[in-house]
Design a protein around this ligand. Structure first.
Ligand code: HEM
Length: 519
């Protein structure tokens, strides 16, 4: 009898094992191959030459990091190849995605929104982190009303009220950086943008709660005490990492139910963070904060209000801080542009010791044309949100003659276009003048037939779900650059300046150590 039981169990185990192996072969090899085959017949769809089981086209990312470049540097390197195509059939690991490359495809993508293409809540990675926020929702009336509120609370007019605070934080940051010798630039810039956002969101009466340290559970199980700014950065990084964890795809049940680490631990940290935000909002007596407008937004549940608030903190601060690092990096790499910018700032009255209260306002900032070109060029050279968001086809559609079945994941390529030889003259050079229609460089570009159009610049994406914080980010970048460039000398490491493929977009491994002194 025991023998029968033993054989029965052994047989069951072998059958289970074989079924599991078949499931894995289908998931990891057959389905990805089928996807490649399906699109390989279209001459306007790019498919990478080699099939890499498990990593798919992410092998480019891995290779970049191994070569000491930022993980998305390959988009620039392969821009001349991608520019020949409308679409790319890409495997992000084992996940099939149609990437929108050409302007024509981008235009059609926008025209399909929201009826046939819309956000999908893939319930993975960052989407789980912000599961009640507007970013994961389809573009129905309610979501678009949430976005409208967003734009009016964080739009240019209301945002310009915070310019004096931003300047105040810049002064504090400069003091802190100049006492350190070589300084961790990103750490300071992250703190700066986070400080600005927390003031806007929470007001003045909860400073102690905002400045408090909160418990965070490390991957090795140790508890660390960290500030809220660091919390946002770590949560975003942990949930982005979940996307590269094979369990997310192979055993989605365990990941969704948070039955094992890192899902369980990440969720515990997320709940600690959300409780901290709730406490801060309900403690604050200041009725006019933007945080309260989000949290108590009519028609939204408490969770939705809280996650929209978290979305502003996550989407707004690290992105802008990293763009500031890019901007300073390129100014250091191209000293002639730095000199020109100093002249332009001086012309517009942004000098050391000027009357900050009077000088730093929206009108004066917008007067600085070269500053504007420098910021535009920074966004072209380094797309700080390299991944963009996830969209999906909600019915069968055709883009540039290629049928895309319902349910296919679709994403916009936000980088390669910025380095296309067909669109830009000398695309790998940092040339702010290319955005100045009165410059010689612009004239040369125009004569060569390379003039930008509605879809040439993609850092903030396109369509009705593009970035609603664009004006805010632009303004903040200009204010901070105007202050820092007129008050500080800075020097990145020579090795970093000479190296190709440095970038500061989200997920970048670069943490520049910079020599800073006051002017
Ligand atoms: C350098 C700065 C920034 C860049 C490059 C950037 C870029 C992006 C990109 C590429 C997206 C995805 C758009 C898409 O799905 O097609 C996005 C979404 C979003 N961004 Fe930004 N962003 C920046 C700063 C900000 C700031 C300062 C805020 C808030 C004040 C903000 C708020 C948002 C929100 C709420 C969304 C989601 C919109 C929706 O789902 O409808 N961003 N951003």
């Amino acid at each position: 009898m025991f023998e029968d039981l033993f054989y029965g169990l052994a047989k069951g185990t072998v059958v289970f094992f074989l079924v599991f192996v078949a499931y894995l072969i289908n998931l990891l090899i057959l389905q990805p191959l089928k996807f490649r085959k399906k699109f390989s017949k279209y001459s306007n769809v790019y498919i990478s030459e080699k099939f890499n089981p498990l990593v798919g086209d992410m092998n480019h990312e891995v290779q970049c990091v191994n070569e000491g470049k930022v993980h998305y540097a390959h988009y620039a390197k392969r821009a001349h190849i991608l520019a020949k195509y409308d679409l790319q059939a890409k495997l992000e690991g084992i996940e099939p995605v149609i990437m929108i490359i050409s302007d024509k495809a981008c235009k059609q993508f926008c025209s399909f929104m929201p009826r046939s293409i819309d956000r999908i809540n893939a319930e993975k990675g960052i989407n789980v982190l912000l599961q009640h926020s507007l970013i994961v929702d389809r573009s129905d009336k309610r979501t678009m009303a949430r976005r409208k509120n967003f734009s009016s609370w964080i739009g240019l007019n209301s945002a310009s009220k915070y310019i004096p605070r931003t300047v105040g934080f810049c002064q504090d940051m400069l003091e802190a950086m100049t006492t350190e010798g070589k300084t961790d630039l990103l750490k300071h810039l992250n703190k700066l943008t986070f400080d600005v956002f927390t003031k806007i969101l929470f007001g003045n009466d909860v400073d102690t709660l905002v400045a408090r340290l909160y418990p965070y559970e490390n991957p090795d199980g140790q508890i660390e005490e960290i500030g809220l700014g660091e919390y946002v950065i770590r949560l975003a990084a942990r949930y982005a990492d979940q996307l590269y964890n094979p369990v997310t795809f192979i055993f989605p049940f365990f990941a969704k139910r948070k039955l094992m680490n890192p899902y369980k631990r990440d969720n515990r940290n997320l709940q600690t963070f959300r409780a901290a935000l709730r406490n801060i909002i309900s403690t604050s007596k200041d009725e006019n904060t933007i945080g309260k407008k989000f949290y108590y937004s009519p028609g939204l549940s408490e969770d939705e209000g809280l996650d929209d608030l978290f979305l502003v903190m996550g989407a707004g601060s690290e992105t802008t801080a990293h763009s500031m690092a890019s901007c300073l990096y390129y100014l250091n790499k191209y000293p002639e542009c730095h000199e020109k910018l100093i002249k332009d700032l001086t012309r517009c009255g942004f000098t050391k010791g000027c009357d900050y209260e009077k000088q730093y306002n929206l009108d004066n900032i917008q007067e600085c044309s070269y500053l504007n070109y420098v910021v535009k060029e920074t966004f072209r050279m380094d797309s700080v949100v390299p991944g963009g968001s996830e969209y999906g086809a909600s019915e069968d559609i055709e883009i540039c003659g290629v049928p895309i079945p319902k349910g296919t994941k679709v994403k916009l390529d936000l980088i390669s276009n910025h380095f296309s030889d067909d669109k830009w003259l000398e695309p790998f050079e940092f040339v702010p003048e290319r955005h100045d229609i009165e410059s010689d460089f612009y004239e040369r570009s125009r004569k060569a037939g390379k003039v930008e159009d509605a879809y040439s610049r993609r850092a903030f994406s396109h369509g009705q779900r593009n970035c609603p914080g664009q004006s805010f980010a632009n303004m903040q970048l200009k204010v901070v650059m105007a202050f820092l460039v007129s008050h500080m000398n800075f020097k990145f490491d020579k090795e970093d300046l000479e190296k190709d493929g440095i970038g500061f977009g989200l997920g970048s491994q670069f943490k520049p150590q910079v020599n800073v002194s006051k002017i």
